[in-house]
Design a protein around this ligand. Structure first.
Ligand code: HGY
Ligand code: MN
Ligand code: MN
Length: 415
């Protein structure tokens, strides 16, 4: 079918869905605390399934709890065109990260169904179960990894949460059987398009509501453990100490300085630290912290990691500390499918929505979905670039502009 005139999405529907989904795990005035397989997550998944049914989509849950709503195509054998994002959050996060993309896929397909009837190719909206790693630090992309067959048989029992529980136990607690994870694999997805808030300041600085993502950064998460000797904070002279806090301070400041010196787009963050025994008058025994380091260039990414690891070794050796680290998350950068990027750019132009083609500094399920499908993303402007905080906000007008671009793209792909 040729491209229709502008596709309009109902702003009231979009706003209602954003606010209602945010009640599942509401945290303070505007925050959301919704980790995978928690009661709040169950409520959100149920709500999304009810919305899919209300929209007349064939609704099902897969083996890891991803929720799917399918609009059948007239070409029964055609591979699906899929749009969605994750419904878990940071602890706490905001109302938009992930949630907006799950809503966007559903609203876009519902809008197309009401206006154009059945597509030629099947269209599916999806609420992916987990992306953030906020309950199980090594679980990132659990939903999209299941769909793409990237969860190994031993992973459910080896993926341990911050409270010591395995993800296998958490799945069983919500009625999912980890042994059935391979049943979630899909080989019949032609194209995946994820709408997401930008989570940074680029679109705002450009004065644009919408972006088209042509590349996504690579990322590695280290968990670093520095061990020294616990002793009295007053009685032990400085030159005789093995103080892991002094080593941690030097490493934290050093890895951050390394990313600064490499310059944009290298970024390194230390966001989590545990001190043991954590007393004001005790030289610590152990300091454990995370290092989140990202670069979109595959070669520069390895340079960044090599510099971080060299610094960690050098500081530990000089200060006579034991050091060990392991990686909980290591994801290559992605170049989005150029044909899908071009199609999204065309859809934005046809909708009269000026859009910036840009790279993503956040990681996304799209990176996993791209293993088995063509994939790209639509970004929506974030106010003040804020995200991973209850303060994140995107105006309904901006969300609608992004969803209209998404709907126009899905129309081009499926009708
Ligand atoms: O950290 C990330 O980039 C993603 O939002 N979880
Ligand atoms: Mn996200
Ligand atoms: Mn996030």
């Amino acid at each position: 079918m040729s491209a229709p005139a502008r596709i309009a999405v109902d702003p009231a529907l979009v706003e209602r869905m954003i606010r209602e989904l945010a009640t599942d795990g509401a945290h303070g005035e505007t925050g959301v605390w919704r980790t995978v397989y928690s009661p709040e997550w169950v409520a959100a998944a149920d709500r999304y399934a009810a919305w899919c049914e209300e929209a007349g989509l064939r609704t099902r849950r897969d083996a890891v709890g991803n929720v799917w709503g399918r609009l059948e195509g007239t070409d029964a054998a055609g591979d699906a065109i899929v749009s969605g994002s994750h419904i878990d959050s940071q602890r706490p996060g905001g109302q938009y990260d992930g949630a907006l993309g799950a809503i966007a896929g559903l609203v876009a397909i519902r809008t197309l169904k009401e206006r154009f009837g059945p597509p030629e190719r099947p269209l599916e909206a999806v609420a992916l179960c987990e992306e953030e790693g906020s309950r199980f630090p090594a679980a990132n992309f659990w939903g999209s990894r299941a769909i793409t067959g990237a969860i190994a048989p031993g992973d459910p029992d080896a993926t341990i949460g911050y409270d010591g529980e395995t993800i296998a136990a958490a799945m069983r607690a919500v009625g999912l059987d980890p042994a059935r994870i391979p049943e979630a694999v899909r080989d019949d997805i032609d194209t995946f398009v994820e709408l997401h808030i930008e989570q940074g300041p680029i679109l705002e600085q450009a004065g644009l509501a919408v972006g088209i993502v042509n590349a996504i950064t690579g990322i590695r998460h280290y968990v670093v453990e520095l061990t020294g000797t616990a002793n009295h904070a007053g009685a032990f002279p400085m030159d005789l100490r093995r103080d892991p806090m002094a080593g941690a301070a030097e490493i934290v400041s050093g890895v951050i300085a390394t990313a600064h010196r490499m310059g944009r787009p290298a970024v390194t963050t230390v966001g989590r630290m545990e001190v043991s025994p954590n007393g004001p008058a005790i030289i610590p025994e152990r300091v454990t912290f995370t290092v989140d380091a990202r670069h979109p260039d595959p070669v520069a990414r390895q340079v960044l990691y090599a510099k971080h690891e060299a610094l960690m070794r050098e500081v530990a050796a000089r200060r006579d500390l034991s050091i060990s680290w392991h990686t909980t998350f290591d994801q290559d950068p992605l170049t989005c499918d150029p044909a899908v990027v071009g199609l999204l750019e065309g859809a934005a132009a046809a909708q009269g929505v000026p859009a910036l083609t840009m790279a993503s500094g956040a990681v996304h399920d799209t990176q996993r979905m791209a293993a088995r499908s063509r994939a790209a993303m639509v970004f929506v402007r974030s106010r003040d670039g804020r995200s991973h905080t209850p303060e994140e906000f995107s105006s309904v007008e901006d969300c609608v502009a992004g969803i209209e671009v998404l709907a126009a793209a899905l129309h081009r792909l499926a009708y």
